[in-house]
Design a protein around this ligand. Structure first.
Ligand code: UD1
Length: 336
């Protein structure tokens, strides 16, 4: 029996593969390398010393997805594959709906056909929209404020409705806060194609000189230092949350949602200052305009995940900044 990991070569997917293998699970990985790299697969093997079956396949290709289920005994699916760039989703909503929804339908249809009923979904704290209060709890109202968020919310709703219609399903909806960092070996990390729009990849580009400007998006928010506050979580902690979610999927049914965050809010300035200090780098950032659509502060109440999944984030902000830079430095040297 194996766990199928869609998008397993991606940032969170690759770290999750490592933690699953370390926990003794058998995995089958699929990815189309749209926003990932085959090097991640070598990294997973090097870190764990274990091998796994890989399919270079697109989830929109139903025949390819079906083949994976036909050739393997898939017990559960962890579904990461999907487009994830918020500004791009605003410009290309149809592309986002079409890929993220149709792909997920194909996965779920195959699960149904082959009697696989355990599904762990890579959701996002974006499903809370702009929360009225913090920390954010799982029972807060849900809303979408961009097409990317809409796709996450629609899939969550579908999971809830499927679980309500049949008690065979076990759906675990994991709402990630802000994943950063990399495996401490430096063998896997965040390696997106194209120009990044999230804070840490932008910081890394500035630190390597690949990018000229690093601008803090507003310092007049109602927060202690005026910059936005987020719940940054080390990707290895996040990955371990998926191992806990698989265990939960095996012992429960219905649709259950969990925040995966640390419960700590850090401001943009705290991130930049910590990055500079632990890595001994002067980022040379500037203060700029607010970014449209940003909430002043959002961070998780992670107590439900601790109580029901037995999982808790453990790594510090220093480790997030150190490991992210360590990966990037090694990757830059390799690419020289
Ligand atoms: C963003 C998405 C969110 C998605 C998440 C996935 C938006 C509005 N939200 O969250 O839906 O689930 O990524 O990882 O895009 N910042 C700067 N300067 C920069 C870039 C960012 O100061 O050049 C600030 C932002 O204002 C924000 C913080 O850094 O306060 C984090 O930004 P980002 O990494 O994009 O994450 P979120 O906005 O929290």
């Amino acid at each position: 029996m194996a766990i199928l990991v869609t998008g397993g070569a991606g940032f969170i997917g690759s770290h999750t593969c490592v933690e699953l293998l370390n926990a003794g699970e058998e995995i089958v990985v699929m990815d189309n390398f749209y926003n990932s790299n085959a090097k991640a697969l070598d990294g997973i093997k090097e870190i764990t010393g274990k091998n796994f079956k890989f399919y270079e396949a697109d989830m929109l290709d139903m025949a390819a997805v079906d083949e994976i289920f036909a050739e393997n005994d898939i017990e559960a699916v962890i579904h990461f594959a999907g487009y994830k760039c918020v500004p791009e989703s605003v410009k290309k909503p149809l592309m986002y709906y079409s890929n993220n929804l149709r792909g997920t339908f194909n996965i779920l249809e195959c699960m149904k056909k082959y009697g696989c009923t355990k599904f762990v979904f890579s959701s996002s704290a974006t499903v809370y929209g702009i929360p009225e209060t913090v920390p954010v709890k799982e029972d807060f109202p849900l809303s979408a404020i961009n097409p990317y968020g809409s796709t996450k919310l629609i899939i969550e709703n579908l999971c809830r409705e499927m679980a309500a219609a049949s008690d065979k399903w076990s759906m675990i909806l994991l709402r990630y806060f802000n994943p950063v960092g990399a495996h401490e070996s430096g063998k896997i990390g965040e390696d997106p194609n194209g120009i990044p729009n999230n804070l840490m990849p932008i910081v890394l580009d500035k630190a390597t000189g690949k990018r000229e400007v690093l601008s803090v998006a507003g310092n007049d928010y109602p927060t202690p230092d005026g910059t936005c506050v987020r719940d940054y979580i080390h990707v290895v902690d996040l990955a371990k949350g998926h191992v806990a979610a698989i265990k939960k999927a095996r012992s429960s049914n219905g649709a259950l949602a969990y925040n995966l965050g640390t419960g700590n809010g850090y401001s943009v300035l705290e991130i930049l200052d910590t990055f500079q200090r632990v890595n001994n780098i002067d980022l040379g950032y500037t203060i700029g305009e607010r970014r449209p659509g940003d909430a002043a502060a959002t961070y998780a109440d992670p107590t439900l995940a601790e109580k029901e999944l037995g999982w808790k984030a453990e790594k510090t902000l220093e480790e997030m900044c150190r490991d992210a830079w360590n990966f990037r430095k090694l990757r830059e040297e390799e690419n020289k």
